[in-house]
Write a protein that binds this ligand. Structure first.
Ligand code: NAD
Length: 275
């Protein structure tokens, strides 16, 4: 090696030895994130709500290649179930270092037809559910001895480009994601002195069951692509790679930020050509 050339960093798994919980990991983005964290070396608790089988199948897949994983059922909009979920994660792995608060739903309607039940259902899961998961994770991080030379814990909240972009016909969803942004930043400010990092990912249009009507036909996809400067729909793995990095020590100095994984959707593409 030439004198003065810095040594190449050693090859290593970004999350070796870390213990993670991913909520809503039986499908879509959560499934890919759980798989991605495991591939980076983390032990992963795969939370599911109503679909146990895909979560169990992912656990089998991870174990088959020598990884550690467990499937844990819980409704993360319920306080006691979230507490139990975190307790079971800690008991299974002997601690917890990473939370990806991912679970979310849509219940769309124009405002005049939006019921209080649909407003409450979305706020209860997409905002309150993330708060409950963050609070319990922070309690678990605090209960463990402080690790040497790295963060005590890392949280990644799954937000959306709709923490920024208003979305007619989805006032419950956009309000929840706007709330997630300020919750994430406030928590990041509050717990940074304890060396707990809190960040968010704002996915754009990602190919999952939640938004199938937006990409499920060629016509719908063509309309959607007009909103994406990068010219393709996102895949769950695009989000998984960002979550893996944010959870890792590579992001040790990153807290209180939202990483947009959206192919440029939040860049106001309607203004191309001067609007
Ligand atoms: P998805 O429908 O595939 O996944 C949602 C997950 O939430 C499922 O695993 C579901 O089981 C789980 N869930 C639902 N109710 C739950 C409950 N009560 N308790 C625990 N888990 C519950 O959709 P997705 O696209 O993978 O969505 C994941 C997250 O990403 C959501 O927070 C969503 O708002 C966000 N997001 C998605 C997109 C996109 O384009 N797909 C864009 C921006 C943000």
């Amino acid at each position: 090696m030439a004198t003065g050339t810095p040594e190449a960093p050693p090859v290593r798994s970004l999350l070796a030895g870390r213990r993670a919980l991913v909520t809503g990991a039986s499908s879509g983005i959560g499934f890919a994130v759980a798989r991605g964290l495991a591939a980076a070396g983390a032990a992963v608790a795969v939370n599911y709500h109503s679909s146990r089988e895909p979560a169990e199948a992912l656990v089998e897949e991870i174990r088959a290649v020598g990884g550690r994983a467990v499937a844990l059922g819980a409704d993360v909009s319920k306080e006691e179930e979230v507490a139990g979920l975190i307790d079971r994660t800690v008991a299974e792995f002997g601690g917890m270092d990473v939370l990806v608060a991912n679970s979310g739903i849509q219940k769309d309607a124009p405002v005049g037809e939006m019921t209080l039940a649909d407003w409450n259902a979305v706020i209860s899961l997409n905002l309150t559910g993330q708060f409950l998961c963050c609070r319990e994770a922070i309690r678990a991080f605090r209960a463990a001895p402080e690790p040497e030379g790295r963060a005590r814990g890392a949280i990644v909240c799954m937000s959306s480009v709709h923490e920024l972009i208003p979305w007619a016909g989805h006032v419950n969803y956009a309000a929840a994601k706007g709330g997630v942004r300020m919750m994430m930043q406030t928590l990041a400010q509050e717990v940074a002195p304890e060396r707990i990092r809190v960040n968010a990912i704002a996915p754009g249009a990602i190919r999952t069951p939640i938004n199938k009507e937006a990409w499920g036909t060629p016509e719908a996809l063509e309309r959607l692509l007009r909103l994406i400067p990068y010219g393709r729909i996102g895949e769950p793995e695009d989000v998984a790679r960002a979550a893996t990095w944010l959870a890792s020590d590579e992001a040790d100095y990153v807290t209180g930020t939202t990483m947009f994984v959206d192919g440029g959707m939040a860049l106001y593409p309607g203004f191309v050509g001067n609007g």
